[in-house]
Write a protein that binds this ligand. Structure first.
Ligand code: FE2
Ligand code: FE2
Length: 295
């Protein structure tokens, strides 16, 4: 199923996973508390950044705490769904060449889910509940559903990585948070490399098997784009806005989400994965600039 190049890549990634393996339960030294007067997220990564909608530093710090909880909760809920998708496929004939790496993927995601939830329960009263997702991606037939599952994983991981790779180096945030972001970024760089390779293979296979042709490909492209829009929107949590204590929380959230500065930021967060979809021939046009997440 693989060509020689991707077989070698899978072997290399599995070897790296084995080499970098750690015990998540002993990996972090959890402090007794995380000071509330510190920035839990660097201000430039708050969803109100650049909009001028909120200026009060006390509220912005509270928003940074609540958006950290939202961000970690998104991983917990998102990865549960994706682990179900991977668990359904591992050790089935179509994924035979990927079994070894999928074991690493599941093991690593199980660890991530634990430490993101652990942070929220220890310091912030728990995680936020899962938001209803209108973007289900079912009914495309098995080969396309494989594409959809791994496209969702890739989008999700790329969004996380945008923040993890930056916050993992931020001197402004408490050490435990910096470390969580850095550890996650380290594992995810392997997942993203793997995901791109696998997705290209699955897409080629689905195109080959499917008689529906360009209409179906467009349907898949539109589905993936709506998942990208949905994912960006999920960064703007109504819970986080309300719990930050800001006045007119939901109105402010709406205004932030559709602010032109934020739309440009969304394109930046998505740029790498958007480019991949175009280069891989999965998108005919980029999700790109001008996307309106309010729709
Ligand atoms: Fe993860
Ligand atoms: Fe991952």
């Amino acid at each position: 199923m693989n060509d020689a190049g991707s077989g070698a890549m899978l072997a290399r990634l599995s070897e790296k996973s084995r080499h970098d393996h750690y015990n998540p339960y002993t990996r972090f030294s959890w402090p007794d508390e995380v000071p509330e007067d510190s920035w839990w997220m660097t201000p430039e990564y708050l969803t109100t950044h650049g909009t001028g909608l909120v200026e009060d530093e006390r509220i912005l710090k509270a928003l940074a705490r609540r958006e950290t909880v939202n961000f970690f909760s998104l991983h917990v809920h998102g990865i549960r769904e994706l682990m179900i998708g991977v668990s359904k496929r591992i050790h089935t004939p179509d994924f035979a060449d990927y079994n070894e790496y999928l074991h690493h993927f599941l093991g690593e995601e199980n660890a991530h889910m634990w430490f993101f939830a652990e942070f929220c329960y220890r310091y912030a009263g728990g995680i936020y509940p899962e938001a209803y997702s209108p973007v289900r991606g079912e009914g495309f037939g098995p080969a396309w559903e494989d594409v959809v599952v791994f496209a969702r994983i890739l989008i999700f991981e790329e969004i996380f990585d945008y923040f993890n790779s930056r916050l993992g180096k931020s001197a402004e945030i408490p050490a435990i948070l910096r470390e969580i972001h850095a550890v996650h970024h380290h594992d995810e760089s392997r997942h993203v490399a793997f995901g791109k390779q696998l997705l290209k293979h699955l897409y080629a296979r689905a195109c080959e098997q499917d008689q529906a042709g360009p209409e179906r490909r467009l349907e898949i492209e539109n589905y993936i784009k709506s998942y990208m829009t949905y994912s960006v929107r999920s960064l703007y949590s109504p819970h986080a806005y309300r719990d930050s204590g800001m006045p007119k929380a939901l109105e402010t959230r709406r205004a932030a989400m559709t602010h032109p500065v934020r739309e440009a930021f969304h394109s930046k967060v998505m740029a790498r994965v958007d480019r991949f979809f175009v280069a891989a021939g999965i998108f005919q046009t980029a999700w790109g600039v001008g996307n309106d997440v309010s729709k």
